[in-house]
Design a protein around this ligand. Structure first.
Ligand SMILES: Cc1cc2nc3c(=O)[nH]c(=O)nc-3n(C[C@H](O)[C@H](O)[C@H](O)COP(=O)(O)O)c2cc1C
Length: 372
């Protein structure tokens, strides 16, 4: 009988499904709901010491629908928590009283000041949290105050801030990466060098959801104007998987033993299996909970267990990172395919060189080159 139970950075989780920081962890009421439904851990909505500077607008979400009405992309221009830190301290304490075995992770963000980072970490620890996620990645609003992604885009600052947190924290802490950079390895390496216990990836992708063709105003429109936001949900999964793969490869090579929490578009147990196969220890879900409710953890755990049973994996460790070995260079793909002349056999309709593309067979030829 396979088990989903896992221990990551000393934290014992009943399963690897974690509530990702955002609306699903925004107060004690909803955090309690998550634990009752069986989530492996909860990362609360990002907090800062001075919530008075956090002012949200409405509407702040915009959805991208597929042809059959399913939400495939979700943009938000939501800020971090607008609730006073004192209230959060109180709720963290109450949460640990009510759910002593529930793993509660505080997501924290501060300005570029050592004393502020140390204060927030120490006060959260005093309130009983089990670990931290450092939000270096919110792509909108906060960077205007040099917070969030403004820090995550700068490896030097990342390393320094992780060093500050390391000096103050007795609990594990994960650095949450922004995907809005060219090479995800650079900030990941900096955070791990600075002492982060692990890395989380990804936060939302900077986006403009669209333009209303009647009003000519970009969406989501607030008093006729907008600002670029953060993109999440199913549409971002391939980008998240690529970044998780790159960070896992870095961890294997340079930081063995550090942990990786994958997120971005996870909605099913199969999605989770893919992230774990690419090196994630845990998986987080944020927009999926906003779409399907806290109960979605049940089918997710069942589907992941069924995947494990099918492959006779007893534990998550049995398949963590197993698919990383199948990445190689393009030159190596060419060599492998040339060696066994697979191109001719498997894709007869496909153009084998650029000179063979034909105008009247273009779609057929494109199709023949796609994964079936
Ligand atoms: C409405 C909304 C609010 C979010 N707020 C936060 C936040 O406060 N802190 C944070 O680290 N990430 C925040 N995120 C990002 C998510 O935690 C996650 O990194 C991202 O949405 C990708 O995962 P998903 O596709 O499962 O949502 C937010 C996402 C959404 C959709």
């Amino acid at each position: 009988m396979p088990t989903l139970a896992t221990t990551v950075d000393g934290l014992s989780l009943p399963n690897p499904f974690i509530i990702g920081s955002g609306p699903p962890g925004t107060n004690l009421n909803v955090i309690g709901k998550a634990f009752k439904e069986g989530w492996g851990a909860v990362i609360a909505k990002t907090v800062s010491l001075d919530a008075s500077k956090v002012v949200n607008v409405s509407p702040r979400y915009a959805k991208l629908l597929s042809g059959n009405g399913e939400v495939i992309g979700w943009e938000n221009i939501e800020l971090i928590s607008d609730r006073p830190f004192k209230i959060w301290e109180d709720e963290f304490k109450k949460c640990k009283d009510q759910f002593p075995s529930g793993v509660l992770i505080a997501s924290v963000m501060e300005e570029y000041r050592k004393d502020a980072w140390i204060e927030i970490v120490q006060r959260c620890e005093a309130a009983g949290v089990d670990g931290f996620e450092l939000n270096f990645s919110c792509p909108h609003g906060l960077p205007e105050r040099k917070m969030g992604a403004a820090m995550g885009e700068n490896p030097e600052i990342l390393e320094e801030v992780c060093g500050w947190v390391k000096s103050a924290a007795t609990k594990p802490f994960w650095a949450k990466m922004t995907p809005n950079i060219t090479h995800i390895e650079d900030p990941s390496r900096a955070a791990l060098r600075g002492g982060a216990t692990g890395v989380s990836a990804i936060n939302t992708i900077r986006s403009v959801m669209g333009v209303n063709l009647d009003t000519l105003r970009p969406e989501p429109t607030v008093e006729g104007y907008t600002t670029p936001g953060g993109y999440s949900s199913r549409a971002v999964k391939p980008i998240a998987l690529r970044m998780v793969m790159e960070i896992a490869t870095l961890i294997r090579a340079e930081f063995p033993g550090r942990s990786l929490s994958g997120l971005g578009g996870i909605e099913s147990g199969k999605d989770a299996a893919e992230f774990i196969l690419l090196g994630a220890d845990t998986v987080q879900v944020c927009t999926g909970v906003m779409k399907f409710g806290y109960e979605c953890v049940k089918p997710m755990t069942e589907e992941l267990l069924a995947f494990m049973a099918k492959h006779k994996f007893e534990t998550l460790a049995d398949f963590k990172g197993k698919s990383l070995d199948y990445f190689t260079t393009h030159a190596d793909l060419v060599k492998r395919q040339g060696d066994r002349k697979a191109a001719q056999k498997s894709a007869p309709a496909a153009a084998r060189s650029d000179a063979e593309w034909k105008g009247d067979e273009f779609v057929k030829q494109s199709d023949a080159l796609a994964r079936s």
